[in-house]
Design a protein around this ligand. Structure first.
Ligand code: MRU
Length: 361
């Protein structure tokens, strides 16, 4: 997607062909800063600290992490060490494990002297595939928005967190159908959940949509139910960090509450995901998906820009307050209207997923 007229992906290689470049997402929307990552430790830090985030982008970044590690030292011991280091950075998005396993398996069968080159090629393939997959998700998902547009002058879509191009290599998952709808001339407006505690909605989704010219309105997280009750939401589309083969969806904390409100108000609740987000081994999201617990500090402080233009974090709870910070929740399949994948739309259940991905039978 374009930033001030210049096309960007969320991850790319420097002109030297080996240093990894990313946009530091902890600084957006205030500062657009590109970071150069030259070691696997820097890449692990970027994932852990959420300089890069979003399930598909975490996977692509980890793949490049293995490539960088192989450039440093192509031994099998270093490959295992790098895979373990990257694999521990964030637990919920299954794309991380998927991408590491894909590159790792390829390298095990590659002579040491060729490992770095093969790893860079595989990471580039993962990144390029992600772009094509998200574009396909957009093309399938836009049908839902186009159908809604037939009966109303403007389609109001609510989304949670950031599942846009910043969360993937390009296009996004939940936002891809929205970008395509907008580009096709459909009047689409987005309700952007702020997404406390880290505010990915208010800070990243709002920034992305604004740069692309898509009309949006930021909502306090607690407002979504009220908006649905009053007929102001036609469709919910969210992303996912892990989807079990039974159709349960782990996504950013607060997604579950939106799904409950959508169900109660008859609002369609769709989840957009690439197939790398499906965990074919899991059947029960609530008990099986590992939920990341992040620092309490994220809950008891809020970061932003002050009137004088400087960036600041302010405390919003009394000194000494305890805070819990589960970063994701699981929306049971029964609350999901359907899944939007690169191969089309399906029901959120094993039959639906297997109909699109029969090779996982
Ligand atoms: O903690 P984050 O910001 O990495 O969480 C991201 C989300 O929950 C997104 O909604 C999800 O990864 C889908 S991204 C296409």
């Amino acid at each position: 997607m374009k930033v001030d007229g210049k096309p960007y992906r969320s991850i790319w290689l420097d002109a030297d062909g080996c240093t990894v470049k990313i946009i530091d997402q902890t600084k957006l929307p205030w500062i657009f800063e590109v970071l150069a990552l030259a070691t696997v430790e820097q890449i692990a830090h970027a994932i852990r600290s959420m300089q890069v985030r979003g399930a598909p982008l975490i996977g692509a970044t980890a793949a490049y992490g293995l490539a960088v590690a192989m450039r440093q030292d192509a031994s099998t011991e270093n490959l295992e060490r790098a895979a373990a280091l990257l694999g521990k950075t964030r637990p919920t998005a299954v794309n991380l494990r998927w991408a590491i396993a894909r590159v790792f398996q390829k390298l095990l069968h590659t002579p040491k002297a060729e490992r770095a080159e093969v790893a860079y090629a595989e990471a580039a393939a993962i990144a390029d595939e992600d772009v094509a997959i998200n574009r396909a998700i957009g093309e399938h998902g836009v049908r839902l928005i186009a159908a809604a547009a037939k009966t109303r002058p403007r389609v109001n879509v609510l989304t949670h967190c950031n599942a846009g191009w910043l969360a993937t290599v390009d296009w996004g998952t939940a936002l891809a159908p929205i970008y395509l709808a907008h580009d096709q001339g459909i009047d689409v407006h987005v309700w952007v959940d702020e997404t406390r505690p880290r505010n990915q909605g208010a800070q990243l989704t709002a920034w992305e949509l604004g740069k692309h010219g898509v009309p949006y309105t930021v909502l306090a997280d607690n407002a979504g139910g009220h908006m649905m009750q009053h007929g102001m939401v036609d469709l919910v589309i969210v992303g996912a960090d892990r989807v079990t083969r039974s159709g349960d969806v782990a996504n950013k904390i607060g997604t579950y509450l939106k799904a409950l409100a959508a169900k109660d108000n008859g609002v369609p609740f769709w989840v957009a995901l690439p197939s790398s987000t499906i965990d074919w081994e899991m059947t029960d999201g609530k008990t099986q998906i590992p939920i990341e617990e992040r620092p309490a500090e994220e809950v008891i402080t809020v970061s932003g820009r002050t009137k004088d233009g400087s960036l600041a974090a302010v405390r919003i709870a009394p000194e000494g307050s305890a805070a819990a910070n589960p970063a994701f929740d699981v929306t049971p399949a029964r609350l999901v209207s359907g899944l939007i994948t690169e191969r089309g739309l399906c029901e959120a259940n094993e039959t639906g997923l297997r109909s699109l991905f029969p090779e996982h039978g």
